[in-house]
Design a protein around this ligand. Structure first.
Ligand code: ASP
Ligand code: MG
Length: 405
């Protein structure tokens, strides 16, 4: 009997009928002989609704209370699923993150998992129960409830799979797996049967919303195979793993796009040692993750510094950056929220030349201006006008022949 960790996303447990449907899928799987630990997200838009409710009390809810409140969303779905299973005659037990032994640090709203104590979960599994764990949450040493950040249930699932040495984590969602591009934008997009952690991490970090990047990272570190598939169909999904691969794809594997981008440019930054640290340290301390950073060549000992953050972090980032800019006598801080990122990703790009040129030419021929370029070993990203992003994805999909095998 192998232990499998499954995770069902918010849409998959969106209402009572869907929860019953998930229960039926779980039962079929148990009857096939597997032992299951199931992680659930909150039903539908529950988390957003709870945040909105909290904001009706106070514009800046205290982080501790907010986390305790948000953790209830997943408690609701986990208990309902457990009830549905028991009603269908299958022993089950719902556990909060804390009860499931998930220990975190104290960073409310974006807590990191520090430890997984598997004892309670093992006891329940050994007693023959399906264990349903509320995703997205844990508990600190001081016994306060924390949440792991938006989309954190994926992380719960992979962390439990690692902590319990499960055979794999299965992420069930409203899409059928990992595609060469978002099928809503590119109807010819193809689904991959398998991809590497590294490629998935780049796709997830650069806009593919199907899985949370932190969960992919955790899977890579602990070598947990992650299977992504639909909870609504039985179509085969995508297995994310560390290799070896049946099919060596020596080309671009996927196109990702991300419109949650804001660009900040600080003009006239004095070009002397320590300035970048002065600017970016307070952003890090403020918990703002800065993505692309570009420093221009300096002219007369002055340079421009450009970086991107997510749009929800823009106003806080500006609050932090403006006084620092004043201090270092940089005259201008500019913000821009009309941009998007489009990226090509593929492990095959490391060993072959010409990908960058082809990407830039394709965008040029589509009449799309590139505002900024960044690369990793297996990714090239261009910042472009948000209005042209779907067009860019379609043009690149075609240019790299991704509709073909
Ligand atoms: N319910 C949380 C959210 O909406 C966590 C999750 O869905 O994974 O972000
Ligand atoms: Mg959700």
């Amino acid at each position: 009997m192998s232990l499998i960790v499954q995770k069902y996303g918010g849409t998959s447990v969106g209402d009572a009928e869907r929860i019953k449907h998930v229960a039926a899928r779980i039962i079929a799987r148990i009857e096939a002989g597997d032992q299951l630990l199931v992680v659930v997200s909150a039903m539908g838009d529950t988390t957003d609704e709870l945040i909105a409710l909290a904001r009706q009390m106070t514009p800046e809810p205290e982080a501790r209370e907010l986390d305790l409140l948000l953790s209830t969303g997943e408690i609701v779905s986990s208990t309902l699923l457990s009830m549905a299973l028991k009603h269908a005659g299958h022993p089950a037990v719902a556990l909060s993150g804390a009860q499931a032994g998930i220990g975190t640090d104290r960073r409310y709203g974006r807590a990191r998992i520090l430890s997984v104590d598997p004892r309670r979960v093992h006891r329940e599994l050994d007693a023959g129960r399906v264990v349903i764990v509320a995703g997205f949450q844990g508990i600190t040493e001081e016994e306060d409830i924390t949440t792991l950040g938006r989309g954190g249930s994926d992380t719960t699932a992979v962390a439990l799979a690692a902590g319990l040495k499960a055979e794999r984590a299965e992420i069930y969602t409203d899409v059928e797996g990992i595609f060469t591009a978002d099928p809503r934008i590119v109807p010819e997009a193809r689904k991959w049967p398998e991809i590497s952690y590294e490629e998935m991490l780049e796709l997830a970090s650069y806009g593919a919303t199907v899985m949370h990047p932190r969960a992919v990272e955790l899977g890579a570190v602990h070598r947990v195979p992650i299977y992504v598939a639909s909870s609504f169909t039985s179509a085969p999904g995508t297995l994310i793993h560390g290799g070896p691969f049946m099919e060596q794809h020596n080309k671009v594997l996927g196109i990702a796009q991300d419109t949650d981008v804001a660009r900040i440019t600080i003009r006239g930054v004095p070009d002397r040692p320590g300035i970048a640290a002065t600017l970016f340290e307070p952003l890090g301390e403020g918990g703002i993750s800065v993505d692309t950073i570009v420093q221009n060549a300096s002219v007369e000992r002055l340079t421009d510094l450009t970086f991107t953050v997510s749009r929800s972090d823009l106003s806080r980032a500006l609050e932090i950056v403006r006084p620092v800019a004043l201090e270092i006598e940089a005259p201008d801080v500019l913000a821009d929220t009309h941009l998007a990122k489009v990226s090509i990703v593929g492990a095959g790009m490391t060993s072959a030349a010409g990908y960058a040129g082809r990407m830039f030419r394709t965008l040029f021929e589509a009449g799309i201006n590139i505002e900024l370029i960044t690369t990793s070993e297996i990714r090239i990203t261009c910042l472009i006008d948000e209005k042209q992003v779907n067009e860019a994805v379609r043009a690149l999909h075609k240019a790299f022949a991704l509709e073909e095998r």
